[in-house]
Structure formats: C-alpha cells, structure tokens
Write a protein that binds this ligand. Sequence first.
Ligand SMILES: [Fe+2]
Length: 210
Amino acid sequence: MKPTHVLSVVWLISVLTASGLTGCGQRQDVNPVPAVTIANLQSAYAKSASHQAMYAKFADAATKEHKSATARLYRALARSEQIHAEAHARLIRTIGAEPQSPAIQAVAVGTTMQTLKFACSCEGIEIGSMYPNMIQSANAEKVPDAAAQFTVIRDADGSQFDLLNDALQHNGYPTVNKFFVCPGCGRILTARTRADCPGCKTPKELLEVI
Ligand SMILES: [Fe+2]
C-alpha cells in the first residue's frame, strides 16, 4: 500500500471514531470525559487546601490576640476545609483522573476582625457563585456524584459563613466556643445545633470536637 493510501485509511478511522460511527453506520454510546467537572473539582481542591492553610494561620493570629473561641472556630474551619480538599481529590480519582498538587495561595494575616471579614468574603463567594456554578456544570455533564458533592460542601460552607458572621457581628468573639466538625462533609455544628449531620447524615457521636 502506498504511503498516501495508509494516511487515508488512518484519517478515515479517526473520523469514524470521532463521530461515534462504526462500519455499519450505527452510532455507539460515547461516554465523554467530563472535562469541565474535573477542572472544577481540581479548582475546588486547590481552594479548599488553600483555605485550610489560611485558617490555620488565622487561628494562630487569634490566639496571639487572646481570642480563644475565635481561634477554636478557625481550627474547626481548617479541619472542615481539609475534609473538603480530601473529598475533592478522592472524587477526581474516582472519575479516572489524577489530582494535581494544589498551589497554596499566600494570604496576609491582619487583626482578627480583618481576618473575619476576609473569611466571610471568601465563604460568601463559594456559596453564592462558585459552588452553584459547579453544580450546574456537573449536572450538564451528567456527573451526579460531583453535583451531589458540590451541593453538600456548599451547604457545609454555609455553616462556616454563619459562624464567621456571628463572630464578626460580635466584635470578633463568637457566641459559642465549642465546635463539632462532621468528618463526612465538613459541616460545623455547635452545642446548640449538634445532631446527626443534616448534610450527610453522619451520626452525631462521630462528630469531631474542636
Ligand atoms: Fe456531614
């Protein structure tokens, strides 16, 4: 066979494969890679890992200001973000991709009131636009596990926002000083709200006390 004929055969096979057609003209089911969802999971993984490191720094700063309850809240937030990061990395692998090592974003650490304002802004963006957009994309690409995970973690971030805002509204002092982190989804509960996790149904006995 002449080289030009070989190239023609290769081109024809490529076209048939790309179009999902077989030699009999029948269309086979194609299971496309959910590229947007994988990219979103990677982005959420990096964001959660950065926030874990950020909240650990904020906890140290609050301790130096003798705001022990706020420091405890930040440690609960760091643990929550660690759970989120691990969940995103795990789901990337389940889908068949490999999570990339997240680049940890540098952050300036100011006073506790400044860190609370910044943290509220970060969580507000995640629950208001980041996760809703990711849920929409996962549904469009028909990846229900990702849509479900983004939803549960968006709600967990809602619990983070409420606690941060509580501290912000009380001059940097949260009105509770004990926190319970769900090991399943990272939702943070308090002594007032402690129960089986409303997000992922983890029994209350398994919540981690911070
Ligand atoms: Fe949970």
